[in-house]
Design a protein around this ligand. Structure first.
Ligand code: F6P
Length: 323
């Protein structure tokens, strides 16, 4: 293993820089050249990469985003696009590849691994936490804290004005952010893609919640089957004529900001481990973390198995629903 390439791919997430730093420093420790490729798979196709040194990763551990840039690359879905990427990796004599990203990026990595004999390690980096094979993805903890902080602030104004607020959080296919934010913020209701939304039931819930209360917070995962926060508000409005309803879409603030300590630690551990796995001759595996322990599973299972939130977290909210 003389040269290891690394990319960040898909939606960025806080902690990606900590992971890049860890990969670079671990490579240099083992006298391996770390080769950063810009903008994910797009940079492979466009032949844009650079050998990284210590000074490149100085003071980036606390920064959100990714110094390598990222992209969602349509061209990489085509055989021609992937061939260009393969040519680049061969020209650069890359011996191993680390892909930091979500399930779309892992699908790209898996396909590349079938078409080119190169060892590939996947590191789960997405705020959505929707990757099978790990308790935490890099960025989830930071995003969750950002969301809870925003909801606390909305609660102040919601209770002053006696309003019911529908707050939309990210999570295209999964309700991890919504569910965990609901527990942490004491939200009155939560709508997640993992459970069918029943508008009649929601209306009844809001009516019950508001008996003698000053406000209601209803968190809506963007991927909910009932629609986004605005749509849900429009659906319940005719049944709640005397209620003051508002919605708020938190949007991309959820993806930015300085990573939490937990995200920095996970990112640093996973980054270093990825280099060690490549040195040991491992390939096609994704790194996960369970409790305090790092683990691996195949990239394939990371893509094909579906990550779902803990049922006990859904149950606890039902028990704690305000009357
Ligand atoms: O990174 C995942 C995610 O945050 C999803 O929750 C969201 O749907 C999506 O990215 C939005 O991404 P973009 O605006 O970059 O297309």
């Amino acid at each position: 293993m003389k040269k290891i390439a690394l990319i960040t791919s898909g939606g960025d997430s806080p902690g990606m820089n900590a992971c890049i730093r860890s990969i670079v420093k671990t490579c240099l420790f083992y006298n391996i050249i770390p080769f950063g490729i810009y903008d994910g798979f797009q940079g492979m196709i466009d032949k844009r990469g650079v050998e990284l040194g210590y000074s490149d990763v100085d003071n980036i551990i606390y920064r959100g985003g990714t110094i390598l840039g990222t992209a969602r690359c349509e061209e990489f879905r085509t055989a021609e696009g992937r061939q260009k990427a393969i040519n680049f990796l061969k020209e650069e004599s890359v011996d191993g590849l680390v892909v930091i990203g979500g399930d779309g990026s892992f699908t790209g990595a898996y396909t590349l691994g079938k078409e080119m004999s190169i060892p590939i390690i996947g590191i789960p980096g997405t705020i959505d936490n929707d990757i099978f094979g790990t308790d935490h993805t890099i960025g989830f903890d930071t995003a969750l804290n950002t969301v809870v902080d925003a909801i606390d602030k909305i609660r102040d104004t919601a209770s002053s004005h006696h309003r019911a607020f529908f707050i939309e959080v990210m999570g295209r296919d999964a309700g991890f952010i919504a569910l965990n934010a609901a527990i942490a913020s004491g939200a009155e209701s939560v709508l997640i893609p993992e459970e069918l939304t029943n508008i009649d039931k929601l209306v009844e819930e809001i009516k019950t919640q508001n008996k003698g209360r000053r406000s209601s917070i209803i968190i809506v995962a963007e991927g909910d089957d009932g629609g986004g926060a605005k749509e849900i508000l429009e659906k319940v409005k005719p049944f709640l004529p005397n209620y003051d309803l508002r919605f708020s879409v938190l949007g991309h603030i959820q993806r930015g900001g300085s990573p939490s300590a937990l995200d920095r630690i996970i990112a640093t551990r996973m980054g270093s481990y990825s280099v060690e796995l490549l040195i040991e001759g491992k390939s096609n595996c994704m790194i996960g973390v369970y409790g305090e322990t790092l683990s691996t599973c195949s990239i394939e299972s990371g893509i094909k198995e579906h990550a779902v939130p803990e049922q006990s977290k859904i149950d606890i909210l039902k028990k704690l629903r305000t009357q």
